[in-house]
Design a protein around this ligand. Structure first.
Ligand SMILES: NC(=O)c1ccc[n+]([C@@H]2O[C@H](COP(=O)([O-])OP(=O)(O)OC[C@H]3O[C@@H](n4cnc5c(N)ncnc54)[C@H](O)[C@@H]3O)[C@@H](O)[C@H]2O)c1
Ligand SMILES: O=C(O)C(=O)C[C@@H](O)[C@H](O)[C@H](O)COP(=O)(O)O
Ligand SMILES: [Zn+2]
Length: 367
């Protein structure tokens, strides 16, 4: 299979996203073509370091590049001040200069943290994303949102800092735990739900085969990245259209904060529940027929994803506490919650016209 390239056109901050098989082994060629034989520092997590770091190091060594690596603990809790501070100090100790490269080898947690570290190191160092989860390949490695979490909310501390290159090797997804693959699929489904009913229909027919079939996987990653690139090109810093990529996240982020960023609820699982709730709320508001949320819930169930708050194990704060957490959402304007809702599958839009009573009904019915 050939390599696909999606170009993200952002003027001086433009870059390519390469998608295909065998890209990790070719990473040295790509890095040298991008930056010459610059110094490189790799940020990864302890799980990915054991699985894929040796292949990346070998690919760089073929060009005479010896790259030091820092392996952070795996998991969402790593997106915090303490790990960010440790990472930045380590990069300084490696004498990484402005024209050198930071490589993020890992899932969305490593990509978000490494990108933020690169954004603030010496006021901005270039970085390359080598995403190793489905979620990171279809979503977090593209678009330049970087950051960490606060106990008060998800991604509340961060910066826009675009990568200089993204290498999405779809072969590395074969080592992913099934639960992490499914969670990443939550963001794939999101693209169909927010803006492309035809893609959602294709997913309904093909998604259960993605994990085992590289050709289907490459097609799903390429289509998702192309959709995201189009939106980011038109609205890099989320002044308008980009908020559509937040479908499901007002609910999902509040649920992630409520569960304390642990493995009770993965980000992609929160997005899946959030998409189901956004469609339920849309139907309650008369924006779409009840058929739409039923179809969303049926597809999420077919993919083994949660669709209800009741699917989250353990205790959760009550609905008022969840609504209070939503108030920290970055889409809030003048103190008013704004939701991504839908007039049907693939027809999302942003609104602040949500009756608080109906919001409470939707939350209560999901328990
Ligand atoms: N910046 C953005 O635009 C954006 C978009 C979507 C999500 N995100 C963020 O991404 C994060 C979630 O990312 P994620 O789902 O990739 O989580 P993650 O980075 O925690 O990775 C999930 C798990 O998979 C393991 N792993 C990674 N690659 C592997 C591989 N190839 N084989 C085996 N195991 C592997 C990791 O060690 C981890 O345990 C959240 O913090 C979310 O907020 C950011
Ligand atoms: O790239 C975007 O824009 C997104 O909203 C993609 C989301 O999937 C992602 O989770 C993002 O990090 C959420 O952004 P936030 O601004 O709500 O933190
Ligand atoms: Zn997301």
């Amino acid at each position: 299979m050939s390599i696909d390239t999606v170009h993200v056109d952002l003027g001086a901050r433009s870059y390519d996203v390469r998608i295909g098989q065998g890209l990790l082994a070719r990473a040295g060629d790509e890095i040298v073509a991008l930056a010459g034989k610059r110094r490189v520092a790799i940020l990864t997590d302890e799980t990915v370091a054991g699985l894929h770091l040796p292949a990346l190091r070998q690919a760089l060594a073929r060009h005479g590049i010896e790259a030091p690596a820092l392996a952070l603990p795996a998991g969402e809790a790593t997106k915090c001040w303490a790990e960010l501070g440790r990472t930045v100090e380590w990069l300084l100790a490696q004498r990484i200069e402005r024209k050198d490269l930071v490589i993020a080898l890992g899932g969305g947690v490593i990509g978000d943290l490494a990108g933020f570290a690169a954004a603030i190191l010496r006021r901005g160092v270039r970085f390359v994303q080598i995403p190793t989860t489905l979620l990171a390949q279809v979503d977090s490695s593209v678009g330049g949102k970087t950051g960490i979490n606060s106990p008060q909310g998800k991604n509340l501390i961060g910066a826009f800092h675009q990568p200089a290159l993204v290498l999405a090797d779809i072969d590395v997804l074969t080592t992913l735990a099934p639960r992490d693959f499914r969670a990443g699929y939550g963001e794939v489904a999101k693209y169909g739900l927010l803006g492309d009913e035809g893609f959602f229909e294709w997913l309904e027919a093909n998604a259960t085969a993605l994990a085992a079939d590289p050709a289907l996987r490459q097609r799903a990653v390429r289509h998702s990245v192309a959709m995201k690139a189009g939106i980011v090109q038109r609205d890099e810093t989320e002044q308008g259209e980009r908020a559509l990529l937040n479908l499901g996240h007002t609910f999902g982020h509040a649920l992630e904060s409520a569960t304390g960023y642990c493995d009770r609820l993965l980000h992609g699982e929160g997005v899946a529940i959030g998409c189901a709730l956004a469609f339920e709320l849309s139907a309650k508001l008369g924006l779409c027929s009840q058929e739409a949320p039923s179809r969303v819930a049926a597809h999420l169930a077919a993919m083994g994803l949660p669709a209800r708050i009741a699917d989250i194990p353990g205790d959760l704060p009550d609905d008022e506490a969840l609504i209070a957490l939503m108030a920290q959402d970055k889409k809030v304007q003048d103190g008013k919650l704004r939701f991504v809702l839908a007039r049907g599958i693939g027809r999302a839009f942003v609104t602040d016209a949500v009756d608080p009573g109906l919001l409470r009904q939707v939350l209560a019915q999901s328990r």
